[in-house]
Design a protein around this ligand. Structure first.
Ligand code: B3K
Ligand code: ZN
Length: 869
């Protein structure tokens, strides 16, 4: 294939789900021997290979590699020359159907800036193998349906690498005379290569013990850099709570004598569930009140639980191929959501989860990169670790809990684990187990795995005599490659409120299966107030005949806390969407209704502060943009800020009183104190919009007297948005106070890049040149640039400077770390949702990236798809 300039470009290779074939060869056992060094690690691997009796085609043995050179190949102990390279893969002709294979490779962990495979991070050696990193360590059939028992030996300099860890159980270790030492680890559980892990370095551990329900003691350890061990208690408590919860709720027990976690600073993702040796981004381990916010504490609890839960949903039952990623990720996200809900406030957790879905997944579903939770094709699997596969995947299984009820749902999961333990399974296996175990017919429901896009449900309500008819109609817009959509199964928890009494007669579950369907209810003498999709029982957009007056009613009276939140959100969404589109009939009364509802929330003594804090948060810009066909994003930003200012002014006394009341609540991690901090932040946010000078004074005082990071960060966030003298003083103090703490320095970058300050682009350009900025640390890159890419005032600045800066970043970062670089393409890909002038500028930046030869497969796929749609 040639492009127009005549430069030869190769056609992207597309992998299709339909092309799945069982592996031609199996590898029941592998032994790995590592001679560790930061820049030249020698890997000797010994594979027991045997032909797969289930293979549909006989073929040579193909071992995937990525940037590897085979130093030596032996078969059954003898040097073997009957092999060749096919691209990056090693292909071997073998005479028989079972052999022992020896392969030696040499790798340079320090040169590995992609952070995939074995790499060096601050003098530490660690691995990240999901999805296809193992092939950067040694040649192997690097696919999740090849399961092997691993034995790992490693040796290295004892002073440099005092701690040597791998999966499974430690079986032996010893010192050598030359200052090196060695350790041997065996993992009895067969696993795919993506779950392999190795860590070597100078680490200290926080130790604890968990006794399983069958009475086995499990040694727990969280390894961190010396000095960080004082900040690991919360992660340890979270781990112990997760282990207990998975036994109590899902009946899942841990299956090794040791469970180790290591935290590293350079990590592409949040964490990784390697069998018995989870590796974490420090961000999801380290916490103390001075350096971590309440949000950080919650995130740590959720991610520690998520990775632990993978031991069953992912490791004991793994994925047949990467198209099945949601089998482990969607399910495990649901499990961690349920855990966090049980540990805290279920409604608040639900609201947070829906907010993430709407902010991150809905835009994915309506954009050029839309894909079903089980994709049909990919070029680079790393691009499919998405909000769709994770969060929508969780919503799809959550709908099964709604349809079956908790008890039957858990029977289904039990059958799934029993039936597929030790296997590499498919989403279809999960659905079938849910059908058999929970007694559901999911024939039509399977479309949730097949079709991309967010269904829209329109509701009509009519009263004839005393019979109420609800007519529900569903539609779904076409997505790339799927021009026609079939009706989905949409479970909608619904209540009909009597206006006079404020009561309803019990919740009903309406299951919409047709394109259009009517449901009737008798015994109504007046039209009730409709409360639908309560608890967000289905991940859909609902349009219903609920007046602003009804929404105010529901915001006050609905007995479903999520529905209360939703009514408040709808009231504001309608106003802001109308204001941006210029279609508001009576702007003043619409705004007054919001003011009255928010005033009532501020006054409601029966409401707990955690929930109050949620109710006070305005709908996000990304979600608002989803409600509009296309709009100038800076208009959305300006209208949202305008409403904030008006609410700040109108309810000023209440905000001041709220701030004062919450300031008096002493610090603790209890819900009441956390709620007070959340409300305190919101009070400052509204005050900053209405009275910048007063807000700057209060924020600076809050900053100076803060005893914890939640209060300090909130105050600094508000100050960053203002051009007040207090801003620079506080920023300089924050930087100096936490000098050397990488995670807090990340906050210093992202608070500035995500701020409401009109000069944000200038600030970001200066920060990119700051001595503390580096492109080699993913957390630092995200702290600065992802915060900026979602900041409308910066990214969407007229003239396109924001787009140019992000495109420059992608081009500069791609050769260093294509995986992280590709994450910055989707913001540029949303050009169809913005005004024409901006769309042209965004496309031209995408074209500039596309014209670059030698792009990573990650960036190439995202850019090409973003331009096509
Ligand atoms: N399974 C890992 C994700 C790894 C990302 C690879 N690009 C973390 C998780 O979801 O638990
Ligand atoms: Zn996961």
């Amino acid at each position: 294939m040639n492009d127009l300039s005549g430069t030869p470009v190769s056609a992207p290779s597309v992998i299709h789900r339909a092309d799945y074939r069982p592996p031609a060869w199996l590898v029941p056992e592998i032994a790995l021997d590592f001679a560790l060094s930061l820049d030249a690690t020698r890997v000797q691997s010994t594979l027991k290979v045997q032909k797969n009796p289930a293979a549909t085609e006989t073929s040579q043995l193909r071992l995937n590699g990525d940037g590897l050179e085979a130093k030596a190949v032996t078969v059954d102990g003898q040097p073997h020359n009957d092999w060749h390279m096919d691209g990056a893969d090693l292909v071997i002709d073998l005479p028989g159907s079972a052999h022992d294979l020896g392969i030696e490779t040499l790798i340079d962990p320090t040169a590995n800036t992609q952070l995939s495979g074995l790499y060096a991070s601050n003098g530490l050696l660690c691995t990240q193998c999901e999805a296809e990193g193992f092939r950067r360590i040694t040649f192997f059939p690097d696919r999740p349906d090849v399961l092997s028992v691993y034995s790992v030996r490693m040796a290295g300099d004892k002073a440099r690498f005092p701690v040597l860890l791998s999966n499974g159980n430690p079986v032996a270790s010893g010192d050598n005379a030359d200052g090196t030492h060695w350790a041997q680890w065996n993992d009895p559980w067969p696993k795919p290569s993506y779950l392999f892990a190795l860590v070597a370095g100078d680490l200290v551990a926080n130790h604890d013990v968990f006794t399983t329900r069958s009475g086995r003691a499990v040694n727990l350890a969280i390894y961190v850099r010396p000095g960080d061990e004082t900040r690991t208690d919360h992660a340890m408590h979270s781990l112990i709570a997760s282990m207990k919860w998975d036994e109590d709720v899902y009946g899942r027990e841990y299956d090794l004598d040791d469970f180790n976690i290591v935290a590293v600073s350079d990590f592409n993702a949040g964490a990784m569930e390697n069998k018995g040796l989870n590796i974490f981004n420090t961000r999801y381990i380290l916490a103390d009140p001075e350096t971590a916010t309440d949000g950080d504490y919650d995130a740590i609890e959720g991610v520690v639980a998520h990775e632990y839960f993978h031991n069953w949903s992912g490791n004991r039952v793994t994925c047949r191929d990467w198209f099945q990623l949601s089998l482990k990720e969607g399910f495990t996200v649901l499990r961690d959501q349920q855990f966090s809900a049980d540990r805290g406030s279920p409604p608040v957790k639900r609201i947070e989860d829906v907010r993430i879905l709407r902010a991150a997944q809905f835009p994915e579903d309506s954009g050029p990169l839309a894909h079903p939770i089980r994709p049909d094709s990919y070029q680079e699997i790393s691009n499919f670790y998405t909000a769709t596969v994770y969060n929508k995947g969780a919503e799809v299984i959550r709908m099964m809990t709604v349809l079956a009820g908790r008890e039957r749902y858990l029977k289904g999961t039990e059958l799934y684990f029993d039936r597929h333990d030790g296997e590499a399974a498919t989403c279809e296996d999960f659905v079938k187990a849910m059908e058999d175990g929970a007694g559901l017919d999911l024939t039509q429901f399977r479309r949730w795995y097949e079709q991309a896009g967010t269904p829209k449900v329109n509701v009509e309500m009519a009263l004839q005599g005393s019979t109420l008819t609800l007519t529900l109609t569903q539609t779904m817009a076409p997505t790339p490659g799927q021009p026609v959509k079939l009706p989905m199964v949409i479970p909608l928890r619904t209540a009909l409120f009597d206006r006079a009494s404020g009561q309803h007669r019990g919740e009903e579950l309406l299951v919409l299966t047709e394109a259009s369907q009517s449901f009737t209810f008798d015994g109504f003498d007046a039209l009730p107030v409709l409360s639908i999709n309560r608890g967000f029982s289905a991940p859909v957009e609902v349009t219903a005949p609920v007046t602003a007056e009804d929404l105010v009613f529901l915001a006050r009276h609905d007995d479903d806390p999520f529905a209360r939140y939703e009514a408040m959100q709808q009231l504001i969404v309608r106003y802001l969407v109308g204001a941006v589109a210029g279609t508001l009939a009576d702007a003043d009364s619409a705004r007054d209704a919001i003011g009255a509802a928010m005033g009532a929330i501020l006054d409601d003594a029966a409401l707990d502060d955690l929930m109050r804090g949620e109710l006070l948060i305005l709908p996000g810009e990304a979600y608002l943009a989803e409600q509009l066909v296309r709009a100038d994003p800076t208009r959305i930003f300006a209208e949202r800020e305008g409403l904030k200012r008006w609410l700040g002014e109108t309810l000023k006394d209440k905000w001041l009183a709220l701030h004062d009341r919450c300031l008096a609540v002493p610090y603790s991690l209890e819900a009441a104190a956390r709620g007070a901090r959340k409300c305190k932040t919101q009070a400052l946010v509204y005050l900053a919009a209405a009275d910048p000078a007063e807000a700057a004074r209060r924020a600076k005082a809050q900053y100076d007297t803060a005893t914890n990071m939640t209060d300090r960060q909130a105050a600094l966030m508000v100050l960053c948005g203002l051009n007040a003298p207090e801003r620079d003083v506080a920023l300089a103090d924050f930087h100096a106070r936490f000098d050397g703490n990488m995670l807090v320095t990340d906050k210093w970058f992202s608070l500035q890049a995500g701020s409401l300050n009109p000069d944000v682009t200038e600030h970001v350009k200066a920060l990119a040149a700051h001595a503390d900025f580096t492109l080699t640390n993913p957390n630092r890159v995200r702290a600065l640039w992802m915060a900026y890419a979602v900041n409308a005032q910066g990214f969407h600045k007229a003239g396109g400077e924001g787009y140019r800066l992000i495109a420059d970043l992608i081009l500069k970062l791609d050769p260093i770390n294509g995986n992280v670089a590709a994450r910055f393409v989707p913001p540029l890909g949303r050009w169809k949702k913005v005004d024409e002038a901006r769309a042209t500028l965004m496309r031209s930046e995408l074209e500039r990236i596309a014209a670059e030869p030698g792009l990573s497969r990650d960036v190439r796929e995202q850019v090409t798809k973003s331009l096509e749609a």
